[in-house]
Design a protein around this ligand. Structure first.
Ligand SMILES: Cc1cc2nc3c(=O)[nH]c(=O)nc-3n(C[C@H](O)[C@H](O)[C@H](O)COP(=O)(O)OP(=O)(O)OC[C@H]3O[C@@H](n4cnc5c(N)ncnc54)[C@H](O)[C@@H]3O)c2cc1C
Length: 422
């Protein structure tokens, strides 16, 4: 009872004391990076996160060169470089054809794998102390019919009025659905299992990223994080058993081992997953994505509301770009907002709140315009790879391969993007 009162007082403070603030819904990679981008530009914001603490589900994240450029702009890259070794080469092993191939582009630019907890913590550490509000779940949102400013309803019943809302609330975004009217995301039938393996005496995998492909489109990826810690992920078709095993780490481990043993994966790969840390294991049953054409057609700004990260462009993990693209969003949002809010009109008292809202709307239009093309391209490439892995139709696979060859001839092109200066 006491706790509840304290929580509603905290939210009450948000309504009364910070009505004019920018509210970011969701404290994942994108929400924290966006708050940090704004903070670096001297703009205050509040992040509402439904969890009780920082969330870092999914063990680790592959950070592509474009992601590192964004992290440099956010001012956290050098700290993160200390916790992750650079990946210098890549190898693809196809078990059925016994073919070994170097992965093109790996090692040409900065590629590292980060513990998700390290990334999230670094972003949070550089924010002012009162920025993140935990246990604040938004359950519905709408625009005020009179003022057109957003109103958020929190789980504890509080109505929160904000001047600006940025929805960074992930693949099932409430802000995307209720304010922007976007359709819910779709899903592939592939599932992914991820985890860490710790080699106390050091591993012998060097700085190499290895992908092993076996029968039935099963793939294992292995990427060192440090000299003792290795991240791995296994993709395979979803089966109805996954719902049950996902809650039991021992069963997850057994299922991974069986999947690989049945398909004659190398002994060292099976050994690696069987030695993984139980509390790092995670099954993502549904890989959600926004159909790429929606990114070209839909409106991603209404009044002073927009979305970023997976809430805008959820994509499968096949290119390992969702996180890096979310960091790019944050940099572009910070730049566009700062540029517009600093104009003489928004700074003057003339027009007051309404003028500021116009400037924010302008900033969001610039942001959406800049991000739409990039998000479409990277989502389309990811989608085509997803179709090749996911579809059981030979014709669909053929079309996906033909499109990939015609449009995405440069396999590392997506990593060369530069989101520019904050
Ligand atoms: C299996 C898998 C592997 C991946 N591997 C990679 C990779 O190697 N590299 C890469 O770059 N990307 C990868 N991705 C993609 C990457 O994880 C996402 O793109 C990234 O996490 C998106 O960040 P986000 O902040 O937009 O969303 P999220 O990380 O989902 O964060 C959303 C946050 O909002 C909170 N939230 C949600 N709803 C509400 C609400 N109503 N009220 C308040 N808070 C709310 C959630 O608790 C969460 O903290 C992978 C994804 C998957 C599924």
């Amino acid at each position: 009872m006491k706790l509840k009162t304290r929580r509603s007082m905290q939210t009450q403070k948000l309504i009364v004391g910070e009505e004019r603030d920018i509210v970011i819904v969701g404290g994942g990679i994108c929400g924290l990076a966006t708050a940090l981008a704004l903070h670096r530009k001297g703009i205050k914001s509040v992040v509402l996160e439904r969890s009780e603490t920082l969330r870092s589900t999914g063990a680790a994240i592959i950070m592509q060169p474009n992601g590192w450029r964004a992290l440099d702009q956010l001012g956290v890259a050098s700290k993160l470089r200390q916790t992750a070794v650079p990946i210098l080469s890549g190898l693809h092993i196809a078990i059925e054809s016994s073919e070994l191939k170097d992965l093109p582009d790996v090692g040409k630019e900065e590629l590292r794998c980060l513990k998700r907890a390290d990334l999230i913590q670094s972003l949070a550490d550089d924010l002012p102390a009162d920025t993140i509000r935990f246990k604040c779940q938004v359950i519905s949102s709408k625009l005020d019919p009179i003022t057109s400013f957003p109103i958020l309803q929190l789980r504890d019943g509080t109505l929160l009025k904000a001047q600006v809302v940025i929805g960074c609330d992930g693949v099932n975004s409430i802000i995307s659905a209720s304010i922007l009217g976007l359709k819910s995301t779709k899903h592939f039938s592939t599932c992914v299992i991820r985890g860490f393996t710790n080699y106390e005496d050091g591993h012998e995998f060097g700085n190499k990223f290895v992908v092993v492909s076996g029968k039935d489109q099963v793939q294992l990826g292995r990427m060192p994080i440090t000299n003792t810690l290795v991240y791995w992920f296994l993709t395979r078709k979803w089966s109805s058993r996954d719902g049950m095993i996902s809650k039991h780490p021992e069963l997850i481990k057994r299922s991974v081992t069986e999947t690989m043993t049945d398909r004659h994966f190398p002994k060292e790969a099976v050994e690696m997953t069987s030695k993984s840390e139980l509390d790092s294991l995670h099954v993502t049953e549904q890989l959600r994505y926004r159909p790429p054409l929606e990114l070209l057609r839909r409106r991603f700004r209404k009044g002073t509301v927009t979305v970023a990260g997976d809430a805008m462009h959820a994509m499968g993990p096949f290119l390992a770009q969702g996180g890096s693209a979310s960091l790019e969003d944050a940099v572009v949002l910070g730049r566009c907002l700062a540029r517009n809010l600093r104009t003489k009109y928004s700074a003057s008292s003339f027009g007051g709140i309404e003028m500021r809202a116009l400037m924010v709307g302008n900033a969001f239009d610039e942001y959406v315009k800049e991000r739409r093309k990039r998000a479409f391209r990277v989502s389309m490439e990811t989608y085509l790879i997803g179709l090749m892995l996911d579809s059981s139709s030979v014709i669909v696979k053929f079309i996906a391969i033909a499109l990939m060859r015609a449009v995405f001839r440069d396999p590392g092109g997506h990593t060369r993007y530069n989101c520019g200066r904050l």
